[in-house]
Structure formats: C-alpha cells, structure tokens
Write a protein that binds this ligand. Structure first.
Ligand SMILES: Nc1ncnc2c1ncn2[C@@H]1O[C@H](COP(=O)(O)OP(=O)(O)OP(=O)(O)O)[C@@H](O)[C@H]1O
Length: 328
C-alpha cells in the first residue's frame, strides 16, 4: 500500500447482469477522510458498486482499490481496511449487542484485550452502552443499524461503506444516523462512502456522485453541483386539461418535466412574473423550487428522484397566503 493512495479508487468499472448494464465505465477517487455520497434512484447501480468495493462481486472490467489494495487481486488486504454496513441487517438476533461485536472482532483476529476496549468505545460512540447485554432481537431498526455501524469499527477499518444506512428509518433516527456518520469522520478520521436515495441527506457530504442507469452523471461538492446544474423551477398544477395544454404549447422549451398533474418549468424570476400574468388564473397551485440537488438531478436526467418534499408544500402554502390557491 502507498500511504498517499486515495481511500477508494474506482477506475473504469463496468458490470453487467445478463442484458442489464448495472455499471457503465464508472471512475472516481475518494480522498481520505471524506464523506462521499453515492446518490441515485432505485436500480441506479449503487449496491452493485458497493458489492464490488467490498470484494463480494467481481467487475466485468476495470479495477477498484481500497487504501491502495486491489479488491480483486488483494481482497483480504482490502477487506481488513473496510467496515461494511449492508442494506440487509446481518446481526445475530439471538446474541447480545456485546456478543455480536465480540464475535466480529474474533473473526477479524482482534486480540481479546483490544477487543474489550474497542467494544466499550464503539458502544459509547453509537450510544448503546446501556443496551450492551440485551439480545439484539429486542432492538428497534435504528438501534440495529447503529449496532452494525459499531460492529464495522471493531477491526482496523479505515474506510466505511454504508449502503442506505437510513433506509426504512423514521426522520429522527435518520438524523441520528447522520450524526454518527459525521462523528466517524471527525473522531476516527474515517473515509465514509454512503449510498442513499434521500437527496436531502447528501447536502452536508464533502462530495456527491450522482449515478443513474449505471452511469456517472456528475461528481462534485453539493455547492458546486448546484452552481453548475441547479436551476430554479416553477411547479404548477393547471386547472384543466385545456390549461395544461395551453401552458405546454406556450412554453415548450421551458418544460423540464411532467410529474402527474404537475408541470415543471425552468424559471428565472422574470419568467415567474410573466407566467403569473399570463396563466396565474389557470393554475390551481404554484410553487417555486430554488436550485437544489433535486433540481440538479432533474436537469441532469429530466426526471425527479422522489416525491415532493415538505419544503415545497410549505412554499405552496405561502403562495396560497399571498392570494393564490393551493392544494393539500
Ligand atoms: N443479481 C442480479 N441479477 C440481475 N440483475 C440485477 C442483479 N442485481 C442488480 N440487478 C440490476 O442491476 C441494476 C442495478 O441494481 P443495484 O441494486 O446495483 O441498484 P441500486 O442503485 O443499489 O438500487 P437499490 O437502491 O434499489 O438497491 C438494476 O437494474 C437491477 O435490477
């Protein structure tokens, strides 16, 4: 290993399952001590890439390295530097939190005194000390996920791979999970590669890599991505089909997306005023989305990643208070 090797190197990786090209010539480096987000909708190829990085799946072509170790030629060296939390829980439910951690340390050859010390440290980090001797089967989903993070820290991991660590958790547990991820970075100088399809979660990551249909679409800091690709958009719900068609016919070049009953139009401030003059009475609701990672994704793919968020509903309500109507 060279000490100046990036934490993760992905070079021209492709992977096909039958006729599905799950990864199409993906390349990027993750410098050490970063939180690096892999963002993409379901089926984008995130898990496939994770599985290649953690050595359980071989790429068809290209190479990947963890801390300078090739995942195909030096899998044991690569694995020993990795902490992994998969989407599917992999704890032994019958064992206590402490026993789960101890077993993992044993498998990775961590000597007993060091194991005991690390178990105490990681339980403290994920705030499970008082649950240490309780069987994992009684834990909530968030607690189980935290225990899995703790487990990934028992050996000498330098790089954490977290595959959708917040999937299925409630909003409060999701926030807590991200607090732990940030603590891993700051307190343990770990590099964290995390996949998610919750776009709002990646705002505070150092870098965001957007993938879709196996292709890398963009990679940069959240701020730079918004600057380069983010556009303000106007979202409206026309009152009738005739109104809808009239808007599309009037602004074919501005139409970014049709989302169910809504139309999404690229809109600078001047356009918003013009639109309101011309079509204000022909829309049921209207909201403005400022440049965000959601609008970055929209402008890169012509699609939206997920349903509308609460922030947009709030802006819609604000429009209602200003004299327009709104839907709930
Ligand atoms: N074992 C497999 N056999 C066949 N096709 C697969 C297999 N695993 C994944 N795929 C396909 O490869 C593509 C990428 O899947 P992958 O699971 O990597 O995406 P993802 O971004 O992780 O999505 P999700 O968030 O749903 O896990 C998808 O089209 C998926 O259907």
């Amino acid at each position: 290993m060279t000490t100046d090797a990036p934490a993760i190197r992905v070079a021209a990786i492709s992977k096909r399952y039958g006729r599905t090209l799950a990864l199409d010539n993906i390349s990027f480096d993750v410098p050490r001590n970063q939180i690096f987000a892999l963002l993409g909708p379901n089926g984008a190829g995130k898990t496939t890439l994770m599985h290649i990085l953690c050595t359980i799946l071989a790429p068809d072509s290209g190479t990947a390295e963890i801390a300078g170790f090739d995942v195909v030629r030096q899998p044991l060296e690569a694995r020993s530097r990795l902490g992994i939390v998969f989407q599917e829980p992999s704890l032994d439910d019958r064992l206590t939190a402490r026993e789960n951690l101890d077993l993992h340390g044993l498998v990775f050859g961590v000597p007993q005194p060091l194991r005991r010390q690390r178990i105490a440290e990681v339980l403290d980090l994920v705030e499970l000390t008082e649950w240490a001797d309780k069987p994992a089967r009684g834990f909530s989903s968030g607690m189980k996920r935290r225990l899995e993070i703790a487990r990934a820290l028992i050996h000498d991991s330098e790089v954490m791979l977290l595959d959708e660590p917040t999937a299925g958790l409630d909003a409060q547990s999701r926030n807590r999970m991200w607090d732990y991820v940030r603590r891993l970075q700051t307190e343990r100088q770990l590099t964290v590669l995390v996949t998610t399809h919750y776009i709002e979660e990646v705002e505070t990551c150092d870098q965001v890599c957007i993938i879709d249909h196996g292709k890398l679409l963009a990679l940069d800091t959240p701020t730079a991505l918004k600057h380069r690709y983010g556009e303000q958009v106007l979202r409206c719900t026309p009152r009738t089909d005739a109104d809808r068609e009239a808007i599309i016919a009037r602004y074919p070049d501005r139409l970014a997306h049709e989302a169910g009953p809504d139309l999404v139009l690229k809109a600078d401030d001047a356009f918003v005023e013009t639109f309101l003059d011309q079509f204000g009475s022909r829309v049921r609701s209207l909201s403005i989305d400022v440049p965000s990672l959601e609008t970055v994704f929209l402008s890169l793919t012509g699609r939206e990643m997920r349903d509308r968020g609460a922030d947009t509903r709030e802006r819609t309500l604000a429009f209602g208070r200003l004299g327009g109507e709104h839907t709930r």
